[in-house]
Design a protein around this ligand. Sequence first.
Ligand code: COA
Length: 131
Amino acid sequence: INSRFEMKESGLRLREITDKMATGTATEKPKIVWNEGRHRFETDDHEAFIEYKMKNDGKVMDLVRTFVPPSKAGLGLASHLCVAAFEHASEHSFSIIPTCSYVSETFLHRNPTWQRLVHSEDDSKNLKSSI
Ligand code: COA
């Protein structure tokens, strides 16, 4: 009886988790796409995004703004957008300027391994925008 009860319990818990995933309240990985034309990494519905400007002849990616609508705030979406931007920069050997305060004050503090991509002060003297 006990084990049957436990199975029922764990079945219920599993259902709770899948329900949460379906409504987006759990930490499932959202799909982030690169919108090259608008210089953004964004969600499928374009509602949440991280915007960049390329500098130094396309070698430096300045992350200027992150936006997540209030209805989706606090679920880690901004963090997923940052990861997409940092992974892209890493794949293309770009360095990053964390102009957006979410990137500099929150994302990099919580994910210090990405600091390795941050553009050093010395190299920033002659930054020029290329877009
Ligand atoms: N600067 C730095 N960190 C911020 C912030 C800001 N302006 N606004 C919120 N945060 C931090 C909070 O400390 C929060 O911490 P918590 O997890 O302890 O609550 C954390 O971001 C939440 O992280 P996450 O869930 O990954 O972020 P999110 O998906 O809710 O989006 C913003 C965060 C800032 C992108 C979103 O609130 C937003 O679009 N705000 C309006 C625009 C803005 O201020 N953008 C940042 C400057 S360009």
